[in-house]
Design a protein around this ligand. Structure first.
Ligand code: ADP
Ligand code: ASP
Ligand code: MG
Length: 419
């Protein structure tokens, strides 16, 4: 059994969906389970719709029309007149369910509402791709992933209930066929949950683990995992082989090409992960496996932009040790400030954080009586794995380094760029 995952970019328009067919024809369709994300940037569009619904704003209809037209346009290009009305009925049925939820729902829990609505991105994309495959003669089974991936009720970041999920997947997936299913979503009983943004890679990992698959392939618009984000660095190298441990390290520091949770289940069963280009099918891309640490052994750059560097010292000049640090950490956790780097000395303590939820000012207000807090906003955190002097020098002209931390394999620099 092989597991394939196609992300948003690989199904962003009609031409991209046709290309998915080309990939499947080239690679074969037997013994394959295909996990698909929402089309293009549809999850972002759903987030806008959900906000409008939750706040009761007039933007709701516009947001809904945008999503509906996006899918209908793709369908209009893909299907001939004959096949057109059946798929349009299916898609209207899904929009009917979504509208029904918006009318009936009385629960004011944002995270709950989010999961009940955002899942339609994946339900729509898989319905369209599955029907299109049928229409070009590739028979397949559409699987509602909510029937097999079971989670707790932690909406928007649900944890997988592994035992029941493994049983259900083994019972319900016909391993001889081509199966099409959704990434990112699951369920608790009959209630939809989601695994966190960009979670479709993780869904592929879950299926592969439960099916003891021979491999997972994530199809991308790049040739594989590169040693740096090509949107930030002009010159990049393809990493041909990466060990599980190294891939986890890279994901931990923020390399956005593979979702961090994906690797662990694969490592447990030693299932190799391939990251390949959906354009260039002759390119072998990247293999993540138990094998070599990194091939070629080059410096890898991971950049996290829009960070806040916070310097904290106690006003009474007490040492920044266990009690103070644990207090500060509790508050960072409470305000969901995600810590990406830590450095401390006797009297001060610095953290570089991601303020995803815009809570920094509240954190500051709460701690400022007891601590002196200095902050640098909009800084970039550069992490270089397997650094050398040349690698560090290569980013020097990008901005002023205001903090650096170096250990055996990893160098981290906080830069003030564009000044
Ligand atoms: P998906 O369609 O699967 O969601 P993403 O857009 O999330 O795909 O991921 C693919 C993009 O990730 C690439 O187009 C590339 O710009 C970016 N990227 C960031 N870091 C890396 C890296 N180290 N190697 C390859 N691509 C990277
Ligand atoms: N569609 C979801 C997202 O955009 C899941 C994914 O693409 O992995 O976050
Ligand atoms: Mg993605």
């Amino acid at each position: 059994m092989r597991v394939f995952k196609f992300g948003g970019a690989s199904v962003k328009d009609a031409q991209a969906v046709r290309n998915v067919v080309r990939v499947l024809q080239h690679e074969g369709t037997e013994n394959t389970l295909v996990v698909i994300s929402a089309m293009g940037k549809m999850t972002n569009a759903f987030e806008k719709l959900i906000q409008a619904y939750f706040d009761g704003t007039d933007f709701l209809q516009e947001a809904l029309d945008f999503i509906q037209n996006y899918h209908l346009d793709i369908i209009a290009t893909l299907f001939s007149d004959q096949g057109h009305s059946a798929i349009v009925d299916k898609v209207h049925h899904l929009f009917g369910e979504l509208n029904g939820f918006m009318i009936r729902n009385k629960i004011r829990d944002y995270n709950y509402v989010y999961d009940q609505m955002v899942c339609y991105g994946e339900l729509l994309s898989t319905t369209i791709v599955s029907e299109y495959l049928q229409s070009v003669g590739i028979s397949n089974t559409w699987l509602d992933v909510r029937e097999v991936i079971k989670t707790d009720k932690n909406y928007r970041d649900a944890k997988v209930q592994w035992e029941v999920t493994e049983n259900l997947i083994q019972k319900n997936v016909d391993t001889k066929q081509l199966n099409i299913t959704q990434g990112f979503i699951g369920s608790n009983d009959d209630v939809t949950t989601t695994l966190g943004r960009e979670g479709s890679d993780y869904s592929a990992g879950i299926f592969a683990y439960c099916l003891q698959a021979e491999s997972v392939t994530i199809w991308k618009d790049v040739e594989g995992v590169l040693n740096a984000d090509p949107r930030v660095f002009k010159e990049t190298d393809l990493l041909k082989e990466i060990s599980y441990a190294e891939a986890i390290e890279m994901a931990f520091y923020g390399a956005s090409v593979i979702h961090p949770k994906t690797i662990q289940p694969l490592e447990k069963r030693e299932i190799p992960l391939f990251v390949r280009s959906f354009y260039d099918l002759n390119n072998k891309g990247t293999k993540v496996s138990k094998g070599v640490l990194l091939k070629p052994l080059v410096s890898c750059f991971i950049v996290k932009k829009k960070q806040i560097l916070i310097g904290i010292s106690a006003k009474d000049f007490s040492f920044m040790v266990e009690d103070n640090i644990s207090h500060v950490f509790r508050k960072l956790h409470e305000y969901k400030l995600k810590v990406n780097m830590i450095q401390n000395s006797a009297l001060s303590f610095s953290v570089c954080v991601d303020d995803k939820y815009g809570n920094f000012e509240h954190f500051h207000q709460e701690l400022k009586a007891q601590y002196t807090i200095k902050s640098y906003k909009d800084v970039s955190l550069y992490t270089i794995r397997h650094f050398d002097d040349k690698a560090i020098a290569s980013i020097r002209n990008r901005g002023k380094a205001i903090l650096r931390q170096i250990n055996t394999k990893t160098a981290q620099l906080v830069l003030q760029e564009n000044i």
